[in-house]
Design a protein around this ligand. Sequence first.
Ligand code: GLP
Length: 231
Amino acid sequence: MKVAITKDYDEMSAKAAEILIKQIKNKPNSVVGFATGKTVLGLYSHLASSKLDFSKIKTFNLDEYYPIERKDRNSFCYFMHKNLFNKININPENINLLNGEAKNPKKECENYEEKIKKNPIDLQLLGLGVNGHIGFNEPLAEKTSKTRFVELSQKTIKINKSKSTKALTMGIATIMNAKKIILLASGKNKAEAIKHLIEGKEDENWPVSFLRRHKNFVVLTDKEAGSLLHQ
Ligand code: GLP
């Protein structure tokens, strides 16, 4: 695990953009796992203004609320199109999103997992929940978990101001299979989860801590998110 505590949100976003841009330049048909949330917005605006050729990349998003319509402003589908996909030259056929409108959510997750198996993720981007969740792998999620249908914790429902109580998410094992992982964390409310990740041990109460074992894992935080670390 490589950790960089940057001076602020802008520096964190610029560093993350550098890594992503390098990945796509080196391998134009990279498979990229994208995430949603406020934390990744700075990075997405760098990518949108980069003029990089995204026409060959394939993407898999981490998670989605359930049930939710694609056009709902709270859906991750809406978020991704608004903040990134509509601003870059991505081929719409190469975009994979968990479908919050699926009739059979269990089947939707199984199919998604299969598709990822056939298109292994080169670089997975992650945000971080205040409670240490990654994707929607809430505390007590198993490290062997695959893409699946889950219940959200009360804490997440409150923090995300979510109308949905359920979601579809890649599992911990799905995420761990990515060749490279970059996690971004910004703000004081992420500091406790970052401390568990960097200075703690593997702990199912803090799902992010499972990533400690990943061989090619970069953590980028701003000063606030890194403020509880002993340096
Ligand atoms: C949601 C998503 C997570 C994301 C988190 C962080 O809960 N399921 O994948 O990491 O939000 O959001 P923010 O960046 O807004 O703090």
